[in-house]
Structure formats: structure tokens, C-alpha cells
Design a protein around this ligand. Structure first.
Ligand SMILES: Nc1ncnc2c1ncn2[C@@H]1O[C@H](COP(=O)(O)OP(=O)(O)OP(=O)(O)O)[C@@H](O)[C@H]1O
Ligand SMILES: [Mg+2]
Length: 267
């Protein structure tokens, strides 16, 4: 190994765990109504962060800020800063399309495209640039494998994605995001409406995926946050109440409101 590589490697290890996303002083408004208040949150690379809280806490809005998806809503507006890998996502030279590829999003209701399993995954990579057929097939296999769906679909890749079960459709949607080689994956209640076995499959695949990606989840419930997260952030009425290592927050919450929520006293 060269001295330069050595130096680079030790610099890397000094920096880790690296903040992949930094949210600074975020205020968010829908028309004149403020729904997020001075949010500060760092999201570390190769970890699962669960952002949890009761309804209307601003969790979906927070996720949609990180890839600027909120901009689809003309009444939505924010103040503050968000950095992805040290660079502001609002810099004038940032391409929003490229940002949304780097920060992929999976929604609560799976939304496969009305085409085959294979084409659902291949759709994005085909748009991006001209690729050879074999290359596309490799991307599809890798994405389905990472989403723990390959074994169940490898013999039926050219059948309609709509014929998959709900849990399989949700893993397909995860695979579709993975095929675009993101850096961060946002999942907003990805297990809503899924049975416990499908939920467990998705949770297992997220734990595998964090080796390669940074994952932010709005969990289905507090129990799910406890099972999958390295860190958790508790939000209430647009404010971050508490953030920390998952096991520590659940064992010993620092704020009474966190404690009340995780013990089921409200929400
Ligand atoms: N498109 C919108 N227009 C106006 N207000 C909105 C819009 N979307 C969300 N809000 C409001 O913003 C606040 C935060 O909503 P958000 O969806 O971010 O919360 P959440 O924590 O994800 O809640 P949920 O449990 O419903 O998923 C709520 O008061 C909500 O009513
Ligand atoms: Mg939500």
C-alpha cells in the first residue's frame, strides 16, 4: 500500500462515523403555517436512524426536505441548511434529479409501475444513460438481491410486478431505489399494512443494506425503531425532542415527553 493511500485511510478512520447528512436550523412552512421549528439533526453514514413520534410531528416533511421533494408543493417553503456529504443541497449547481437519485425515497404504499418486475428495476438505470443489456441484467439482479427479493422472483422476472404480494412489492420499490446507486435511502413507514413476516424481511434487508448505504426510516412504531435502529430521533409537534443511540434512548430517555411516548402514555 502506498504512503498516500495509508494517509487517506487514516484520515477516513479519524472522520468516521461520518455525518452523511447535516440538517441545520431547519424551519419549514406550508403556506403560513410553520410545521418544523429549528431542527438540527446529523445523520451518520452506514447507520440506520429512525425518526419517530406521534402523528403530525413533521417526520414526513423532514424526510422530504432531505431530497427536496417538498419542492413539488408550491406552498411549501423552508429556511435553514441541509448538507449531503459536506455540500449544501441548495447550492446553485446541484441538480435536483441527481440529488433525488443520491437520496432515494421509499413510500408507505408500494407503487410498482405497471410493467414487469425486471422492467420496474431497469427503468431508472435505462433512463440514466445508454447501457448494455448484460449490464442492465446485472443491475437488476444485484438490486433484487440486496432487497432480499431475488430468490422469490428470479424465475418470474418478466411477469407483472402487480402480481407480487404487498411485502414483495415494497421490497421491489426498495430495489428500484437501490438500482440507482443512492447514498442515502429514506423510507417513510415502509411496513404499513404489511404482515409480520413481510415486515421482518424488510427489517432484515435494511440491516444488511446499512453496510453500503445510510438509512433514515420513519418506523411503523416504536418497537420497530427499537429493532432496527442504531440511532433514534424523537419528534413532537415539529420539534426534535431527543436524539441518540437507540438502546440508550429507549433504556434511559432524557426527556419526560420521550419517556411518555415510548411507554405508550400518549400518541
Ligand atoms: N401538503 C401539506 N399542506 C399543508 N400542511 C401539511 C401538508 N403536509 C403536511 N402538513 C402538515 O404539516 C404537519 C407535519 O406533517 P407531516 O406529514 O410531516 O407529519 P408526520 O410526522 O409525518 O405525521 P404522520 O403521522 O401523519 O405521518 C402536520 O401538521 C400536517 O398537517
Ligand atoms: Mg408521515
Amino acid at each position: 500500500m502506498s504512503a498516500l493511500m495509508d494517509a487517506q485511510r487514516s484520515e477516513q478512520s479519524l472522520k468516521s462515523p461520518q455525518d452523511m447528512v447535516i440538517i441545520k436550523n431547519l424551519d419549514f412552512f406550508y403556506a403560513n403555517k410553520q410545521v418544523i421549528f429549528d431542527l438540527n439533526l446529523n445523520i451518520q453514514a452506514n447507520q440506520i436512524l429512525s425518526v419517530f413520534g406521534p402523528a403530525n410531528s413533521g417526520i414526513t416533511t423532514t424526510l422530504r426536505s432531505i431530497n427536496r421533494l417538498y419542492e413539488m408543493n408550491p406552498k411549501a417553503r423552508l429556511q435553514g441548511e441541509i448538507y449531503l456529504n459536506q455540500r449544501s443541497i441548495f447550492d446553485s449547481d446541484v441538480s435536483v434529479t441527481e440529488l433525488r437519485r443520491r437520496v432515494g425515497m421509499v413510500f408507505d404504499v408500494p407503487t410498482p409501475l405497471p410493467m414487469s418486475i425486471f422492467d420496474n428495476i431497469a427503468y431508472g438505470p435505462r433512463l440514466k444513460k445508454k447501457k448494455r443489456k448484460a449490464e442492465i441484467a446485472d443491475i437488476v439482479e444485484e438490486a433484487l438481491s440486496m432487497a432480499a427479493l431475488w430468490d422469490e422472483t428470479k424465475d418470474r422476472l418478466h411477469t407483472p410486478a402487480m402480481s407480487l404480494s404487498g411485502g414483495q412489492q415494497q421490497r421491489l420499490c426498495i430495489a428500484r431505489v437501490l438500482a440507482l446507486q443512492p447514498e442515502v435511502i429514506l423510507l417513510d413507514r415502509p411496513c404499513s399494512g404489511l404482515d409480520p413476516i413481510s415486515t421482518a424481511r424488510i427489517e432484515e434487508s435494511l440491516i444488511q443494506l446499512k453496510k453500503r448505504f445510510t438509512i433514515v426510516v420513519a418506523p411503523h412504531n416504536v418497537q420497530q425503531a427499537g429493532r432496527i435502529s442504531d440511532r433514534v430521533a424523537f419528534m413532537l409537534m415539529g420539534k426534535l425532542i431527543e436524539e441518540g443511540i437507540s438502546a440508550e434512548v429507549f433504556a434511559n430517555p432524557q426527556d419526560q415527553r420521550t419517556s411518555d411516548y415510548i411507554t405508550g402514555r400518549f400518541g
